[in-house]
Write a protein that binds this ligand. Sequence first.
Ligand code: AP5
Length: 190
Amino acid sequence: MLNLVLFGPPGAGKGTQAEFLEKNFNLIHLSTGDLLRTEIAAKTHLGIEAKKNIDKGELVPDSVVVDMIKGKLNAHPTANGFIFDGFPRTVAQAKALDQLLEEHGTDLSAMLCLQVEKQELIDRLLNRGLTSGRSDDQDRAIIENRISVYEHKTAPLIEFYKAQGKYVPVEGMGTVEEIADKLVRSVKAL
Ligand code: AP5
């Protein structure tokens, strides 16, 4: 199986690039952000609770996202592999992912880390906020908090995956197509 963590700060292009990887390598794309927004749209209890965190740019509890990923892995027993987008975001989530993959008789192939300058992240998200309706893109202070949460709670995962020999940095500045090409080449080189 080919199991990829597509990693990077808010606005790095994880969702955009996951679509290319999904098609090129016939993988299942699992975005915890998309799964949470589906719950919010359906006004489930989980969605109502998660929205309180998301609207402030804070993380939802680890147990919530780990359970969602566990359910999706169980639902696709014959998959070629998975792209994890926006997950893991804490060391606890990364350890849970390792355990879940082990229970499925597989492991993580690589953590692809998109590298984008902070001002570009803010510009992309403010721009998307004009049309997307995403509550967490509407306000510069919330966007900056999301980036700060990434720097404090999520970026430490870079060291976690470096220690596993699975960290693959990828330049995330440039056109969508240029970055997709770099990602596909990085995966083929694994
Ligand atoms: P999530 O949905 O994962 O949001 P995010 O990480 O903040 O990432 P984004 O979706 O904003 O950015 P992206 O990197 O996917 O970039 P995209 O391709 O969209 O999470 C939202 C919230 O849910 C979190 O804040 C948290 O509260 C909660 N959550 C989710 N997962 C969680 C977890 N595991 N644990 C706890 N809480 C969790 O691109 C962004 C924009 O840039 C788009 O408009 C796009 O068109 C544009 N763009 C992309 N590439 C380029 C390019 N090369 N040039 C110019 N523009 C570009």
